[in-house]
Design a protein around this ligand. Structure first.
Ligand code: LLP
Length: 422
């Protein structure tokens, strides 16, 4: 459930008409509902209230500090994958003791920054990373708290680009090789082994792959205990899916129940890294119709609605063939037409929706691209030298820009016309 609803044929975000925001902010923009963000965070987090746990929001899904600070206020931590995300999380006021750091390619500088900041755990993804972290920690006269990210070889049954827990994926350490590494790490001066972690993929619509993963981790954890290696944290990653179209993902509470049942008897603090399930349906992207056109010459006429947002602003349709529902902000009773909704970018792959039965729209109409809160703005680029769009948050009857629209000047910031000696 979210707080984007029609009232008298007009789309509202909580108590604010989306069209009123567009008048002030211009288009395109991302729009988030504070009540929905809060509700989704709490619905997820409260599912685990019976056990010791930390909900570490996956910053990569939506990294605006206005949103991170909201989750921080609700008791959330952060799952980060870069020094940039660590900076955002700390700036937003997230407790470093609730920050965990994943990712296969952490640089020395990033490891140092994580250690300096006193984060809870590094999720180490290779033997070389372990050695590098040990060396950096030694230099800093510290002990680095770690978990290994193991790759359980479980099929998450999702899009190939976003499955991460299969043996053929680059992530984690194959579970059969992990024991040796744990033993090695346990003997290292500057490493403090504390946990085990995994993340098998994103946009999962089934609970069973999570349960299968947890079973494998449990067996492995028992093996570690036998070797005298105590595990304090078990991190199950993120991945719970949302409804974009007709998917039927598990309700977060249902997911929580299944995980808790499976965890029974294990004395660990559970770490969760949800992203999409919290923010995905708490945000939309609003765009304006620039032109409509019909190309004849094919078997049948092809109708296009050209809008002012493109694949640089929301890349999921182009990159993954992902479906995002698109709706008119002011409902119309014009006849339906099958259209492609496309952006201004010079690429055929620049579309937001294909073959949609859509009411006839005209120049200036506003459209809402739904379920855009996760991996929307965070994956936006400046391709075609387009300034990144504004981000706006609504709370009740108020709205606030939480990231200003970039300007032409910001596009070339840092660029230099070189002056070489001839
Ligand atoms: N933890 C780790 C280590 C991850 O790699 C990810 C996502 C998450 C947590 C959060 O997963 P979530 O709960 O959001 O499913 N750009 C793609 C999604 C890539 C996901 C990458 N990892 C998309 O737009 O669908």
């Amino acid at each position: 459930m979210n707080h984007f609803d029609y009232k008298n044929g007009e789309l509202f975000c909580e108590d604010v008409a989306v069209a009123d925001i567009a008048k002030v902010v211009g288009t395109p923009f991302y729009l988030y509902s504070k009540a929905t963000l809060t509700r989704h965070f709490q619905a997820f987090d409260s599912g685990f209230s019976m056990i010791d746990h930390i909900t570490c929001f996956a910053v990569k899904s939506c990294s605006n500090i206005g949103i991170l600070s909201l989750f921080s206020g609700l008791g959330g931590g952060a799952d980060i994958v870069s020094g940039g995300e660590l900076y955002r999380a700390l700036t937003a006021g997230i407790d470093p003791k609730k920050i965990i750091y994943s990712g296969v390619g952490k640089t020395e500088e990033e490891l140092r920054y994580g250690l300096e900041s006193g984060i809870l755990l590094f999720n180490v993804e290779s033997e070389q990373e372990l050695q590098r972290l040990d060396a950096v920690a030694a230099e800093m006269k510290m002990k680095a708290p770690i978990a290994f990210r193991v790759n359980p070889d479980v099929d998450p049954k999702t899009h190939a680009y976003i499955s991460t827990g299969l043996a053929k994926n680059k992530f984690g350490i194959p579970i059969q090789d992990a024991l040796d590494l744990y033993i090695q790490a346990n003997e290292m001066e500057n490493i403090d082994v504390q946990g085990i972690s995994c993340h098998i993929g994103s946009q999962l619509t089934l609970i069973s792959p999570f349960v299968e993963t947890l079973r494998k981790l449990k067996v492995f954890t028992e093996l570690l205990v036998e070797k005298g290696i105590a595990i304090k944290y078990l991190d199950l990653g993120g991945g719970v899916g949302i409804t974009y179209d007709d998917e039927e993902p598990p309700h977060p509470q249902e997911y929580a129940k299944a995980i808790q049942e499976e965890l029974e008897g294990l004395q660990v603090t559970l770490i969760l890294e949800p992203g999409r399930v919290i923010v995905g349906n708490a945000g939309i992207m609003v765009t304006k119709v620039q032109y409509t056109k019909t190309n004849h010459g094919g078997e049948k006429p092809k109708h296009f609605v050209v809008v002012d947002a493109g694949m640089n602003d929301l890349t999921r349709p182009s990159l993954y063939g992902a479906f995002h529902s698109i709706a008119v902000v002011r409902q119309k009773d014009t006849p339906l037409q099958t259209v492609d909704i496309v952006g201004p970018i010079c690429e055929t792959g620049d579309f937001l929706g294909k073959d949609r039965d859509f009411p006839l729209v005209e120049q200036g109409d506003l459209l809402a691209v739904e379920s855009a809160g996760a991996y929307g703005f965070t994956m936006a680029s400046n391709y075609n030298s387009r300034p990144r769009v504004a981000e706006v948050m609504v709370s009740g009857s108020q709205f606030q820009v939480i990231r200003a629209r970039e300007t032409r000047e910001s596009l070339i910031q840092g660029e230099i016309i070189p002056q070489f000696d001839e």
